[in-house]
Structure formats: C-alpha cells, structure tokens
Design a binder for this molecule. Structure first.
Ligand SMILES: [Zn+2]
Ligand SMILES: [Zn+2]
Length: 145
C-alpha cells in the first residue's frame, strides 16, 4: 500500500493521520506531502488551515476546489528538502495533457505547527525521456506525451 503522496505507508498512517486527526506534521516535508494529498482529495478546509494566515484570501476555498475538480493528480516527486523549504514536482492531467507543477515552497513553524507560506514556481515541463507520470513505466514520449 502507498499513500497518495507516494510514501510506502498506508494513507491512514501517513497523510490521512495528519489531515483527519490532531496529529501534526513533524516537518515541512510531511506538511507538504499532506497538502498534496489534500489537493488530490479536494480538501480546501485543510489547505486553508495549513496556510499562514497573512496569505489567506476570501476566495481560496472556491479556487482550490475549482482547480482540484478540473485536473487529475498523478504523482508527487519531492526533489529537495531543507528545514523550511521543500522543492517538489506534482504531476497532473488536465483536459488536454499531462502537466507538472514545479514549486519551491517556503514553510514556517508557528505556534507548534508547520504552515505553508508561499512558493516560487518554475516553468517546467514533463521531459520527453522521463518515465511517464501516468505510471505506465514507459517513457513519456512513447506514452502520454
Ligand atoms: Zn502521505
Ligand atoms: Zn502515460
């Protein structure tokens, strides 16, 4: 069994435990993984709860749900982790193609919990020679590319 975030653990022992109970993420990476899983599930409450208060906007829930409903999330690759920074690629499929969200996210530990602050987005594409994000084990160019 794998979690939605790609960890080799059951969802209920990984992101599910953080999203659905009072167990707090113990690191920026754990929080980032749980936020990815919440995106997959369209859980805007959790995503807003784990966003630093200064960066919340009135229409966040609407925008999160709209985006989550319009794409199919495929997989998460965590590329680089520092104490307060996690760089990742999250692959998703929209109406016409597979795309990748490549972000370096900043987190803060505040009042006993990790929160998402903001992120720097990179203009990345799925590489033709990387293994296809759909999970087929073929190269992207010979599969969904
Ligand atoms: Zn997980
Ligand atoms: Zn494919």
């Amino acid at each position: 069994m794998s979690c939605i975030c790609g960890n080799k653990k059951d969802y209920n022992e990984c992101c599910g435990a953080i999203i659905n109970s009072n167990i707090k993420a113990s690191s920026a990476e754990e929080l980032m993984r749980s936020r990815y899983s919440a995106y997959v599930k369209g859980d805007s409450n959790y995503l807003i709860k784990t966003l630093v208060a200064n960066n919340r906007h009135a229409d966040d829930a609407e925008l999160i749900e709209e985006f989550s409903n319009s794409v199919k999330w495929l997989k998460l690759d965590v590329l680089h982790v520092e104490q307060n920074i996690v760089e990742f690629k999250a692959y998703y499929k929209d109406i016409d193609s597979i795309k990748v969200l490549h972000e370096k996210s900043n987190f803060i530990f505040k009042n006993g919990m990790w929160l998402y602050v903001d992120g720097e987005l990179f203009n990345s594409k799925v590489e033709r020679n990387e293994s296809c994000p759909c999970g087929s084990a073929k190269k992207f160019k010979k599969c969904c590319g």
